[in-house]
Design a protein around this ligand. Structure first.
Ligand code: NAP
Length: 284
């Protein structure tokens, strides 16, 4: 058997990090592509982030993903941050360049949009107003992606209104901020509603959102994937809305990372999705 030219290395830096499902996904792809390599969880304390990122090159890593709490701090450390990550305000992916410098970008928006397009091929961002609930890091990537896809009206609602106002100021365009008290009415006539808050995650209360005004034709989507079906998605499904959970956002942001690290884009296959779902269900 021919010897592989190089043992491919990538990983995810976080603190804590052992809960991350990224290694399962990337190691599936390495095997599927017949490549010698591994993707590892890297438990990096915040104080060690700069040293850890600088060590990627000498250790032979192609790059890494970043998760909580490193996504913002890494922007100050890498040598170049692209316009997308600057706008979203966080780095999700670091790439070691051929000259050894570190490049930071954000693929979360590609994950969000790629998932919707795979799960609901006829979904269109410009099909009607879109309600986005929440204005944290996830919401910034979601709003960016929706705008790239041509959304004409985004109704942004957040418990802390200032954060939503900041996104509207920075992103401009179709974002309209509504007060938290009007979140139920914000669903009137929308084509899509997205939960980007942490409400509904395992161990947290459900999102307090009444769906009476939501058209039955609308798509309801959540970026949460633990549980696989949040109470918000369950309520939407029970009244007849199409729903998409957040697992695919995680899966689809891995594809552009692979292109940047290894020069190939693997597929999000039903087998990969099922394997990830099984792993999540086993932990609940
Ligand atoms: P974040 O930046 O901390 O933002 C949290 C959001 O939740 C804020 O809008 C916050 O509102 C809202 N929130 C928190 N507690 C609330 C409450 N009691 N009532 C109403 N709103 C509340 O977090 P994030 O990074 O955006 O992550 C949010 C969720 O998305 C998490 O479940 C995360 O796992 C998930 N996520 C998934 C993916 C994926 O790939 N699928 C990617 C990123 C994030 P305030 O501003 O008022 O605090």
């Amino acid at each position: 058997m021919a010897k592989a030219e190089k043992f491919l290395l990538a990983g995810v830096m976080g603190w804590p990090v052992m809960h991350s499902r990224s290694p399962l996904m990337h190691n599936y792809w390495l095997k599927q592509q017949g490549l010698a390599g591994t993707y590892v969880p890297l438990a990096i304390e915040p104080k060690d982030l700069a040293e850890a990122l600088r060590a990627l090159r000498p250790l032979g890593f192609a790059g890494c993903n970043l998760t909580i709490p490193h996504k913002l701090e890494a922007m100050k450390i890498v040598d170049r941050v692209d316009d997308v990550a600057t706008k979203i305000g966080a780095i999700s992916c670091v790439v070691v360049q051929p000259d050894g410098s570190l490049f930071g970008t954000n693929n979360d928006w590609l994950g969000f949009i790629g998932n919707l397009k795979q799960q609901v091929p006829d979904w269109r961002a410009d099909a009607g107003p879109i309600a986005v609930i929440g204005a944290g890091g996830g919401a910034r990537a979601v709003c960016y992606g929706l705008m790239q896809e041509g959304a004409k009206e985004i109704r942004l609602v957040n418990r802390t209104r200032d954060k939503a106002e900041r996104i509207a100021e920075e992103f401009g365009g179709p974002i309209k901020v509504l007060p938290w008290e009007q979140r139920h009415d914000a669903l009137d006539g929308v084509g899509t509603v997205v939960n980007t808050t942490s409400q509904g995650m395992v161990g947290l209360p459900a999102l307090d959102l009444q769906l009476d005004m939501l058209p039955r034709s609308a798509l309801a989507t959540d970026i949460i994937y633990t549980p696989l079906e949040s109470p918000f998605l369950a309520a939407a499904r029970e009244r007849g809305n199409r729903t998409v959970n957040g697992l695919g956002m995680l899966l689809h942001q891995g594809k552009p990372a692979w292109r940047l690290w290894f020069g190939v884009e693997p597929e999000v296959t039903p087998e990969l999705r099922e394997m990830m779902e099984r792993s999540i269900l086993a932990d609940l």
